[in-house]
Ligand binder design. Structure first.
Ligand code: HAM
Length: 438
């Protein structure tokens, strides 16, 4: 029987000791995309299953093996989104966003669901930051998207991340390639895994993305799509490379990248980083897609985008010991002694928050000692004890927990006018003390 206090396999809780890092990464990524003109869109966690069948593709692992699909109470087939591109395209069409000024640029921060085998960096519920741009067909759009992805890793100070790019052509040149690939695979057809056996006729290029070792071995020397590009696709790819060169964005052409989703045409790319064990972690990926919008009932508009896994980014940042902004801790903890003082502490804490300070006060009627211990535990920068004397004189002592310095402060009607000044002055003094000790 499942233990109900254990989260389902492949999911995780983000605890307060970590959530501030998530907030920082997510805010930074959305803001970076905003500098490039991308605005956030939020779409539902689940969509009609058909949307993913038509876009991600029925022969992909994602659709075939990994989707969380169920019938709702009205017998509609519903799927928890395994990725963001399909839902964002659906929303852009449904809400007429693609009928306005183009290119349309959208960003998103979403949770996704894939029933994957448990492995390092692979979760069944995971989070993606992504962007999609519609209506820009020229190679400069590819270069801009790649340059935004690069910038995202840069602003987070992630080191040693390599960019690998490829072109997987268009449906026209892919026909010729599929023929060549089938010819190559034909003699080993019977040795392919069951799924790839089916893919052989339906979508042979998918076989190159199979995770089964025996299929990997068979496809090791398979012909490469890059050698079968038509002139238009070839020129497009050459221009993308020239633009990346001119922006000093380093890359390697990796002709084996096919990506795990069916909608891609022409440029595809991945950002890869070594983790602390020396294993490759794909931190993000994306590419261009020409037919997706039409396939799901929209207009004939091309799109291009990428997505990166937040769990993987955080894992890499932890591995690389990247600095995070300090976790915000309590500025002032008010320690009331007695009932009247508790009410006063409650009121003063509210005035502190109105001034923008992080303030807390005792809610449990604890002893002075217990409250001071708690203030210390939560890392309060200042404490202020209020008892009968303080209430009578309308004055209290603000104690800096770092250096023990004490400043007297009015807790009367001018409290909120004065507190900002006092805390600022006192924290400068604490900083000066710290500098002197260095
Ligand atoms: P994807 O390569 O399937 O592409 O996923 C993008 C990123 O999400 C991966 O590079 C990885 O960092 C993260 N990711 C994927 N699966 C998992 C998992 N099970 N656990 C943790 N992280 C994971 C897409 O999803 C496309 N929609 C990207 C795109 C946007 N292409 C064009 N526009």
């Amino acid at each position: 029987m499942a233990i109900i206090t254990n989260a389902p396999r492949g999911t995780q809780d983000i605890l307060p000791s970590e959530s501030y890092k998530w907030q920082y990464v997510q805010k930074t990524l959305l803001e970076t995309a905003n500098l490039f003109g991308f605005e956030e869109i939020r779409t539902p966690t689940f969509e009609h299953t058909e949307l993913f069948l038509r876009s991600v593709g029925e022969t992909t692992d994602v659709v075939n093996k990994e989707m969380y699909t169920f019938l709702d109470k009205s017998d509609r087939s519903i799927t928890l989104r395994p990725e963001g591109t399909a839902g964002v395209a659906r929303a852009a069409i449904q809400n007429g966003l693609v009928n306005n000024a183009l290119p349309l640029k959208l960003s998103y921060m979403i949770n996704c669901f894939r029933y994957e085998k448990r492995q390092k960096g692979r979760f069944r519920e995971f989070n993606q930051f992504g962007v999609e741009m519609y209506g820009a067909n020229s190679p400069i759009a590819d270069a801009e998207i790649i340059s935004l992805a690069r910038e995202c890793y840069n602003v987070l100070n992630i080191q040693n991340i390599r960019l690998e790019i490829n072109s997987i052509g268009c449906p026209e040149c892919r026909k010729k390639y599929h023929e060549a690939l089938k010819k190559y695979l034909a003699e080993n057809k019977e040795n392919l895994c069951g799924t790839c056996h089916e893919r052989f006729d339906k979508n042979p290029m998918r076989i190159l993305d199979c995770k089964e070792p025996k299929c990997k071995e068979i496809t090791k020397n398979a012909p490469l799509m890059l050698d079968y590009l038509c002139d238009d696709c070839k020129n497009h790819f050459e221009e993308v490379k020239t633009l990346l060169d001119s922006a000093n964005i380093e890359y390697k052409v990796n002709p084996t990248i096919v990506r795990g989703l069916d909608y891609y045409t022409r440029t595809v790319f991945e950002f890869i980083c070594k983790d602390k064990d020396g294993d490759d972690i794909v931190a993000g990926g994306g590419g261009r897609y020409a037919g997706l919008l039409q396939e799901i009932g929209g207009q004939n508009l091309e799109g291009i985008g990428f997505a990166m896994g937040i769990e993987r980014i955080l894992m890499i940042m932890e591995d690389q010991k990247t600095d995070f902004p300090e976790k915000q801790t309590c500025d002032v903890y008010i320690v009331p002694m007695g009932e009247k003082a508790t009410v006063k502490a409650f009121v003063l804490a509210n005035s502190l928050r109105e001034e923008g300070f992080f303030a807390q006060c005792d809610l449990l009627g604890r002893s002075l000692k217990a409250q001071m211990k708690y203030a210390d535990k939560i890392g309060a920068k200042y404490t202020m004890v209020i008892g009968d004397n303080e209430l009578e004189n309308e004055k209290a002592q603000l104690k800096c927990m770092y250096n023990g310095n004490i400043t007297e402060i009015s807790i009367g009607s001018d409290f909120s006018d004065k507190i900002y000044e006092v805390i600022m002055e006192s924290s400068y003094a604490a900083l000066a003390d710290a500098a002197e000790q260095l």
